[in-house]
Structure formats: C-alpha cells, structure tokens
Design a protein around this ligand. Sequence first.
Ligand code: HEC
Length: 221
Amino acid sequence: MRFAMAWTTLGLLGLLGCSKPASTPIDPPTAATVPTPEQTEIALRRGRAIAAETFGLLRTNLQTAIQSGGISNALPFCSLAASPLTASMAEKHGVTLRRVTHKARQPSGKASEPELALLNHFESLMTAASITNPPPPVVTNLVPGTLTFFAPIVIGAELCLKCHGEPGTDIAQADLDVIRKLYPQDEATGFKLGQLRGAWRIDFPMAALTPGADTGSPRHP
Ligand code: HEC
C-alpha cells in the first residue's frame, strides 16, 4: 500500500520536472510516512532554489580563488563538505545539504545504495542536451518524516575539467600533485564535458513543508 502511494508520488514528480517524466523506474522508497502531493511539490520547488543558490555561492568562491592564485590555489575551495557554506545554507533553510557521487573526491561524498540508485536513474536520462538541460530533479521519501530532494550535477563547463577531467591533458601535472596530496583516495577524475558528476541531496523535515513556511526561498523556474 505504502509503496503504491510512494510510486504515485514519484510519477507526479516526473510531471513536475521541466522535462518528460522519468521513464526508467528507480528503487521504490521505503516510506514510513506518506507525503502529500503538496508537500512533494514544495520540496521540489524549495530544493531547486536551494541547490541553485548554493551552486552560485560555490561558483563565486571558486572563481575568486582561481583569480587570486590559479587552479592549485582554488583546489581546496570546491570544498562543500567541510565549509561553513554548508552550515550556513542548512541553517538558513532548515535542511541538511550534501553532494553525493559515484566517483568521489571526498570520501564523505560517496553515494550510499539508495543514492546510487538515484544517480543511475539520472544517468539513464542523460543525453547530449543534458549539458545545458540536465534531467529533472526527484523528490523521494527515503527516511521516515523526511522528504529528500535530489538534483543531478553535470560537468557543465570546461572549468570543471581542470580539476575533474583527464589527468595530464585536462588536469595539469602540478595541479594533479596537489589533488593527490589533499585527496589520496580521489576517484573524481576522468570526467568529460556533459557527463553526470553527482547529485545534490537536500533533506527536508516533512513537518516544515507547509505552504506558509515556503516564503523564505526565491522561486526558481
Ligand atoms: C579548482 C579545482 C576544481 C574545480 C575547477 C572544480 N572542482 Fe569540483 N571538487 C574539487 C575538490 C577539491 C573537491 C572536493 C571538495 C571537498 O573537499 O569537499 C570537489 C568536489 C566536487 C563535488 C563533490 C563530490 C566529491 O567528489 O567529493 C562535485 C559534485 C563537484 N566537485 C563538481 C564540480 C563541477 C560540476 C565543477 C565545474 C562547475 C567543479 N566541480 C569544478 C575541485 C574542483
């Protein structure tokens, strides 16, 4: 019964995304509390806004760091896990915020089983157009009392390749040395433009997903 409801929610999400509904099924969420379609829609809208805002902040930090000292200086600045940025965004919006990936630089970014299922789902929807128009985000009910928003992160610019592309060609040797020193377990190289890099994960307490509480974030198309 619960599964059936959860699946309906996922179907609805496809419709709420900006492109066609998901055609590949993903693992059904283990729902304990069934969200209303309205809560799902609010999570989707706020998730998009928070991901866009955080990505904008990260990009600004990164560009400033590159301007002041090149790629090797900027390397520690793509950091989200350890940065005060995460804490401030999470606090501002009353959520938890992470980036998860199938090929992690930071061990804490490694996707769990259900997260990998979501990444596979995004991967299956990737086309040549995804570089500018990534697959639509998904909202799912992985944890009781929580709605989880996932949005794909795509290698969308040449800049990403300077730290995530082919070692030796895209990534300069000196920068590679810094990466290996900072991240001895790095798996996050070898990416090409337009490939899936990972996903944003934002967890919303379900109780906070009321229309009245939806005024803090700017609307995002
Ligand atoms: C200056 C080098 C640099 C550039 C340019 C860069 N990154 Fe990163 N990226 C890193 C580093 C370093 C980390 C690990 C951060 C940490 O310690 O939390 C990282 C982590 C990530 C993660 C988190 C998952 C993981 O593997 O830990 C994603 C997603 C990501 N980068 C995507 C991108 C995208 C998309 C671009 C292009 C818009 C980009 N990066 C550009 C250096 C870079």
